[in-house]
Structures are given as C-alpha cells and as structure tokens.
Design a protein around this ligand. Structure first.
Ligand code: FES
Length: 184
C-alpha cells in the first residue's frame, strides 16, 4: 500500500507596501529565515521599528512557515516586546525585586497619575508612553526609572513631577527638525 503524501502547503509571501517600506524582510533574511533565531529576529524588528507591528509578526510567521500564534506567543510572553507604538517620550519604571522593595510601585502609581495612563499605554497625543521592566542591572541605585533611556536612580514618588517637567523641557529644547524626524 502506498503511503499517502502530505499535501504541500503553499506559502504566499505577499510584499505589501508596508512590508516593502519596512526593514522586516531584510531582518528576516539576515537571520537566514532560521526559526531558531525567532527571538533575535523579533528583537531586531523592535529595535528598528520601536514595536512589533502585526504585519511584521505575520510576515515572520509566513516566512518561517510557523503559526502566527507561535510568534504572538513569544511577543506577549516577554515583557520587553511592545505590540503598540511607544510614546515619543518613554518613561520606564523598573519594578524588579530590588526596586520594588524600595518603593517602585509608588513611583509607578505617581507616573500613572500624572500622565493619566496605565503601564503599557501611551497618552492620547502619543507624547508619553509608560512601561515597566523587571531589572535594568542597577539594583543598588533603585528605584530606577529610565526617561527616554536615561537612568535616574533613587527615584521617589515625590520626584516624579520634577522628572516629568525636566523631560518636557528637554523635549522642547530639541530642534524642530529633530522632533519631526523622531515623530516620523
Ligand atoms: S531591580 Fe531595578 S535595577 Fe535591578
């Protein structure tokens, strides 16, 4: 008796304008379409685009011939990955153990109160985003907050308004061209 041959699945790689104008295809190629590189691939896409757009995850799944749920599962499991575009200015509160015991939860609540958003959200004008991380390796100086990537140590809830004012002032000082480039 002849063994039944499994049907060959047709993979349709559709080069939509958003894929063609994004670095996603190049990044997948750089990782040689290697499924074992899935996490590294997603990290590179997020570094290049600021977050993981749905079309990018779909393109990765199609290129690697894996279910979209596998890609989505990784993207939602690791806190580092963002599924939505970040704010123009990103406030990141470390809530790892060392920062937590020194009051990181109060610091986070104060950011939420001042910005009017919860962790993982961005303000309506997309100016500010708020997120948490588990540890950024500076535990001795906790609680740590990163403002647009700049480390601030020993942050207390009472320092939050000053930090936000400083962030706003430094954003206003940026030349207009640089601001519109960042927003593009
Ligand atoms: S726990 Fe916050 S820097 Fe390590």
């Amino acid at each position: 008796m002849r063994a039944a041959t499994a049907p060959v699945r047709e993979i349709a790689l559709v080069d939509t304008p958003e894929i063609l104008s994004s670095p996603v295809g190049r990044i997948i190629e750089e990782h040689h379409n290697d499924r074992n590189d899935l996490i590294a691939m997603l990290l590179d896409i997020q570094d290049a685009m600021g977050f993981l757009p749905r079309f990018a995850m779909e393109h990765v799944a199609t290129s690697l011939e894996i279910p979209i749920t596998e890609v989505y599962g990784i993207a939602t499991f690791f806190k580092y990955f963002r599924l939505k575009p970040p704010g123009e200015h990103q406030c990141t509160v470390c809530t790892g153990t060392a920062c937590h015991v020194r009051g990181a939860a109060r610091v986070l609540r104060e950011f939420e109160r001042h910005l009017g958003i919860r962790s993982g959200e961005v303000t309506d004008d997309r100016e500010y985003g708020l997120e948490t991380v588990n540890c950024v390796g500076a535990c001795a100086l906790g609680p740590i907050v990163l403002l647009d990537g700049d480390y601030q140590g020993q942050v207390t809830a009472s320092k939050v308004p000053t930090l936000l004012r400083r962030l706003k002032r430094s954003a206003e000082k940026k030349p207009v061209a640089a601001r519109s480039e960042a927003a593009a």
